[in-house]
Design a protein around this ligand. Sequence first.
Ligand code: NAP
Length: 308
Amino acid sequence: MSAINLAIVGVGKIVNDQHLPSIARNPDFKLVATASRNGTVEGIDAYKTIDAMLEAVPAIDAVSLCMPPQFRYEAAHKALAAGKHVFLEKPPGATLSEVADLEATAAAKRLSLFASWHSRYAPAVEAAKAFLAATRITSVQVNWKEDVRHWHPNQAWIWQAGGLGVFDPGINALSIVTHILPRAAFLTSATLEFPENCDAPIAADLQFKDADNLPVHAVFDWRQTGKQTWDIVAETEAGTMVLSEGGAKLSVNGELKFAEPEQEYAQLYCRFAEIIKVGQSDVDLSPLRHVADAFLLGKRKIVEAFYD
Ligand code: NAP
């Protein structure tokens, strides 16, 4: 099969950091065009809008949609209508219903829709899943604490409704938890802290349980300076499992069991090529569903205003 002609929409931070190097190294894809109001990629045909790009470059087979989530549905709908396979950055959309609509459209048109969750491809995630499958878990604690000023400078969209606030990184933790726990958990209570000048939370405290009453507690906080924390700790009959550094390292009772170089986006593009080849979609909405539940069930606390 010849390379899949790929286009990118929304050329910004994650495209430059991760998509471009991963696409360049993957022979299954050939980047042929971009659509972005300001961003461009050297040597690649650039258009200001997805409409102009789709009209000018009919050879495009697939598009990666990397703009903020509030603006993704419209582009995805246009791409599917034009007969293109679609890669959705995380979170896959601003609402569950819009992504369900995309899923139905992709199925009706026999196109592949990929709701990507990059953290699920962190190096030690599969090892953590295998460890947990072989023991009994008694509790889970998720600590996802980072400095928003360092990781998201000048990203106004992230503080607007639909931008998810601290759930933008927190949903990465949820994408791992939903993948590694043997049973689905569900939210039982939550507190969301909203800066008085923002429509999205800066911190969240979430309590979940599963049908066996396994307690799962998650703390997301964007006010962490100094050491950054992206850890999932499970107490189990086989010892304390710590999946740290966003899924990069696994240790049990303090002993390092697994650590490999990170290849999340390389693997995302392998997966996208695979589902296109076999004519399937890959859309798991469980991380986004937990976030929606937190907005449904969570108590709201107004905290001091946030300024970049
Ligand atoms: P970003 O740089 O702020 O945005 C990406 C691009 O989207 C922008 O450069 C902009 O390009 C376009 N865009 C911004 N606002 C838009 C609007 N109102 N309408 C249409 N296009 C708009 O954000 P990012 O960090 O790359 O994140 C994009 C997505 O990737 C998010 O869903 C995020 O959760 C996900 N992601 C980010 C990271 C990360 O480390 N940053 C990691 C993993 C996943 P133009 O101005 O050229 O149109």
